[in-house]
Design a protein around this ligand. Structure first.
Ligand SMILES: O=P(O)(O)OC[C@H]1O[C@@H](O)[C@H](O)[C@@H](O)[C@@H]1O
Length: 300
């Protein structure tokens, strides 16, 4: 992992600074006129985003989150790569890939027109090569203003076609999950992970009254999280993503997972922009793929 001296050339006075934070891990803090954000360099894991005009963060972080080398953080935006969910053939490999728990290097930063940018690249190691021996440089480019932009860019330099799945597994902060209405998935087919991946059809808006874990396939639509309690709508825009994963653990599963306070799960909803299941990618030699999202909030 880069030390703070190596990171200094990327800092931008008044906008971007680096520090050692919880778990002894390096973090980047961004602040500008539009909003604030923090990114843990382990996993390129964004842990906070709040527009200045919002009284609550847009991205949720568990109050019981643990920060440690090699451990995924509960909340924020885990980067799931180069596979989403269980590995297709290796049950011993970590769920959602290794990208979220390994060091990423800062490779670029900049500021223009009220937007602060930071680019990170996954650092391959003997441990990652043991699970993914392919030459596929991957970068996460983050841009912060009153909206948050993220682009996950994978390039296949391996010389052979490669199957790959991925997601930006974003935990959004909501007032209360029981009052949230999610729009954008009307008419979509989904795999219901709560019922052993049964394939179902969805219609209308989505409301939550229990554990929900669904992979909506063949949808490139944006989603809206309407949050009556906080009086706001979060707009989830995406490009280069053909499925959307919706997840809330509810009480029992949250308690079993740890990393949650007793009622903490009520303040989160995962709406994940992904390429997985029916929409997993096959990257041809020399091909690049970009999964891009932007998140903003407005009054309801
Ligand atoms: O605990 P993890 O590995 O971060 O995963 C959290 C959840 O992530 C979601 O994307 C999955 O659909 C769920 O099945 C899973 O429980």
């Amino acid at each position: 992992m880069q030390d703070l001296d190596a990171l200094k050339p990327f800092s931008i006075p008044g906008q971007l600074a680096f520090r050692t934070g919880p778990g002894g891990l390096p973090y980047a803090d961004i602040a500008n006129a539009g909003g604030t954000a923090s990114i843990c360099l382990q996993g390129a894991h964004l842990t906070n985003f709040q527009p200045r005009a919002q009284r609550a963060p847009v991205v949720w972080l568990s109050q019981a989150a643990r920060f440690a080398p090699g451990k995924s953080i509960r909340g924020g935006v885990p980067v799931c790569w180069p596979w989403f969910g269980a590995h297709p053939t290796e049950p011993g490999f970590p769920a959602h890939g290794f990208a979220r728990t390994v060091p990423w290097a800062v490779v670029d930063s900049g500021a223009a027109q009220g937007v602060t940018q930071l680019a990170l690249r996954l650092e391959p190691s003997a441990a990652t090569r043991a699970q993914w021996p392919h030459a596929t440089p991957v970068e996460l480019r983050i841009s912060v203003s009153d909206t948050l932009g993220m682009a996950l860019i994978t390039r296949n330099e391996a010389g052979v076609a490669l199957p790959l799945s991925e997601a930006l597994h974003t935990y959004f902060h909501v007032g209360d999950i029981g009052e949230v209405v999610l729009q954008g998935l009307d008419g979509c087919a989904y795999l219901d992970k709560v019922e052993n991946f049964a394939r179902k059809q969805h219609s209308g808006a989505l409301r939550f009254a229990g554990e929900t874990d669904r992979v909506y396939v063949n949808t490139v639509a944006d989603c809206l999280i309407d949050d009556a309690r906080l009086g706001r709508r979060i707009r989830v825009r995406k490009q280069g993503s053909a499925c959307t994963v919706v997840w809330t653990p509810w009480a029992e599963k949250a308690a079993a997972m740890g990393d949650y306070t007793a009622e903490g799960w009520r303040q989160m909803l995962c709406v994940e922009s992904a390429n997985a299941a029916d929409n997993a990618l096959v990257l041809q030699p020399g091909e690049s793929h970009t999964l891009e999202v932007s998140y903003g909030a407005e009054a309801l």
